[in-house]
Design a protein around this ligand. Structure first.
Ligand SMILES: [Zn+2]
Length: 244
């Protein structure tokens, strides 16, 4: 899929996993609260839909049975079994079919892969052959260009967005979010069509939730001083405004 390198790092089973446990517990509490309101949660789909409608910074994804089966069908038949997977806490791979693993994670020689903690290695010839058949994985996922903001939450802090000020669009970075005041956004100034620059003095004010319109990808530099939003994104933004 174009990744240069991947590493999976597994936390110790049953030991204080802090944030990961916290997220699980928060979701469980929310689900309990929904049931306590007399709403039934008979399956995963309903759980996902109900939780998705709750204000939360936890990002949820629903994986269907078919998606799991589609992935299964892509796996080659002749995969080599790696013994003792319960002991493994780090897996590293730099190309398809090549897997290294060890009992503890180590990053001491990044971006090089070190040999610490008895790094072991195996080639999975079958996995190298397993390309990415589009038919098996379904239609390609469309690139997310920009995204409506329906609900402001703390997870959006640090994201690029477009706000409305005095009837005009401004792009900027979300600094803070507050359920009553909306979002604190540091905006760029615009010159001409879709040319943006940071003003001499920071432009940071609170915007009402209805004026915080869309999440957008980070603007890209076009000259030394100016940046631009992806033209398609800018077009999407303009459909909500009467300007050029
Ligand atoms: Zn190391």
């Amino acid at each position: 899929m174009g990744f240069q390198k991947v590493t999976w790092n597994f936390l110790e089973a049953g030991h204080g996993k802090g944030p990961a446990d916290g997220v699980g517990a928060a979701i469980k509490r929310q689900a309990d609260a929904i049931v306590a309101q007399g709403i039934d949660i008979p399956n995963g789909k309903v759980l996902y839909e109900k939780l998705r409608d709750q204000p939360s910074s936890v990002q949820l994804m629903y994986v269907t049975e078919e998606e799991i089966e589609r992935m299964d069908s892509v796996l080659p038949e002749d995969l080599i079994t790696i013994k003792g997977t319960m002991q493994i806490h780090q897996i590293v791979s730099t190309r398809p079919g090549d897997i290294s693993w060890r009992v503890l994670s180590c990053f001491c020689s990044e971006p090089q892969i070190c040999q610490c903690f008895g790094l072991q290695h195996v080639e999975q010839p079958g996995a190298q052959r397993a390309q990415r058949p589009e038919s098996a994985l379904g239609p390609p996922i469309p690139t997310l260009k920009s995204q409506d903001i329906t609900l402001l939450h703390e997870g959006l802090i640090g994201s690029w967005c477009v706000v409305r000020y005095d009837g005009n669009p401004y792009t900027g970075l979300i600094q803070d979010v507050n359920s009553e005041n909306g979002a604190l956004v540091k905006t760029m100034s615009r010159i001409g069509k879709n040319r943006w620059y940071w003003p001499m003095n920071d432009d940071i004010i609170w915007y009402q939730p209805e004026d915080v319109l869309r999440l957008v990808p980070e603007p890209q530099p076009v000259t030394k001083r100016h940046m631009m939003l992806d033209p398609l994104v800018w077009e999407e933004v303009l459909t909500e405004f009467d300007c050029e």
